[in-house]
Unconditional design. Structure first.
Length: 263
């Protein structure tokens, strides 16, 4: 390698390091600027960045769209051409970009089936749509992130470490002597009446724990979602949380507020 080539490589490395240093300085300045900006200013800046990226995507997708040409129909030949329009159309994205940032717009999803359905059911799923909920004003994360002081002292339910299970026998005669096989029926009866799913103490414990889980997961906020989705969530909460008589009783009482909103 000649001295001239070594000098050129060294010069290129220095230029690269200089460019990297300038980029890092720009990033540092941008981070400092973002820290000083308010939430609304950050949202406006992010919206501008998204708009620039969308414009670049439009140019790229426009080039790909120009390569798609519609063929002529041929007699007695299946016409299977597809324009692939959903892959390059940006109308929906542009529509959402033009809407104000401070509003969360209501939307719905089309109904789907898990398995095979009758033709009339399939047709009804395609034709009938649920009403679109109203748009909601978007609040600042600082405002929405503040928790209610009244609920701050509530326990976190199942997220706490479970206590080591200790069986306490209320019958001192059985607790303080050595038992044999003849005492097994009595022991089973006491355990069944105290620790089984239908036992009074177990029901109270499950009822309290489920109420704590309900508030910890903020399931009371479900009253703000669409009534159709609210009914689905009620069934889901009953299936996952109401696994015992005590838990089922708690879910039933707590979910009444959801059904009251529908009436």
């Amino acid at each position: 390698m000649s001295d001239q080539q070594v000098e050129e490589e060294t010069q290129q490395q220095e230029e690269q390091e200089q460019e990297n240093g300038e980029e890092s300085q720009e990033q540092q300045k941008e981070e400092e600027t973002n820290e000083e900006m308010t939430y609304e200013e950050k949202e406006t800046k992010r919206h501008r960045q998204y708009q620039k990226q969308l414009e670049k995507m439009k140019d790229t997708l426009g080039d790909e769209k120009s390569k798609i040409t519609k063929p002529e129909t041929v007699a007695h030949t299946p016409y299977i051409w597809n324009s692939l329009a959903p892959y390059y159309k940006t109308d929906t994205v542009q529509y959402l970009m033009d809407m104000p940032n401070e509003v969360r717009h209501g939307y719905i999803t089309r109904k789907t089936a898990v398995g095979l359905v009758d033709p009339e059911v399939s047709h009804r799923m395609d034709v009938e749509l649920d009403p679109v909920p109203d748009s909601l004003a978007v609040t600042s994360p600082r405002d929405s992130g503040q928790k209610d002081k009244k609920n701050s002292g509530k326990k976190e339910g199942s997220t706490r470490l479970p206590k080591w299970p200790v069986v306490k026998l209320d019958n001192p005669d059985m607790a303080n002597r050595e038992m044999d096989w003849s005492d097994v029926p009595k022991l089973r009866e006491e355990l069944r009446t105290k620790y089984s799913g239908n036992a009074t103490d177990r029901k109270k414990s499950d009822y309290t724990r489920t109420k704590q889980d309900w508030h910890r997961m903020e399931l009371d906020e479900l009253k703000k979602i669409h009534p159709v989705n609210r009914a689905h969530m009620k069934v889901t909460c009953t299936a996952y949380l109401g696994t015992s008589p005590g838990s089922k009783k708690a879910v039933s009482s707590l979910s009444k507020s959801l059904t009251e909103e529908d009436q």
